[in-house]
Design a protein around this ligand. Structure first.
Ligand code: SF4
Length: 80
C-alpha cells in the first residue's frame, strides 16, 4: 500500500472538473464549483487536504489528476 498526501490549492483551481472526471473516488465539487477531497479521504476533516491509501487504479488516477490539472492546483506527496 502506498500512502499519498493530496493538497488542492483552491485559489488556483478553475473548476473545470478534470480531476473529478479522472478520479471521482478522491475528488468532488465543493459548493463553489471548485475541486475538494471526498469526505472519506479528508485529513482531519479538511476539505482540500487528503490522505489516501492508494494502490493500482487509485494511484494511477491520482497521478493523472496531478499531471492533467491545467493550473497545477493538485500536489501529491508520497508518504510511504
Ligand atoms: S483539474 Fe485542477 S483546475 Fe480542474 S477542477 Fe481539478 S483541481 Fe481544479
Amino acid at each position: 500500500m502506498v500512502k499519498y498526501k493530496v493538497n488542492i490549492n483552491k485559489d488556483a483551481c478553475i473548476g473545470d472538473g478534470i480531476c473529478i472526471s479522472i478520479c471521482p473516488e478522491v475528488f468532488e465539487f465543493d459548493e463553489e464549483g471548485k475541486a475538494r477531497i471526498v469526505e472519506k479521504y479528508r485529513e482531519e476533516g479538511k476539505e482540500y487536504t487528503g490522505l489516501v491509501d492508494a494502490s493500482g487504479e487509485l494511484e494511477d488516477c491520482l497521478n493523472q489528476s496531478e499531471a492533467m490539472c491545467p493550473t497545477q492546483a493538485i500536489k501529491l506527496f508520497k508518504l510511504e
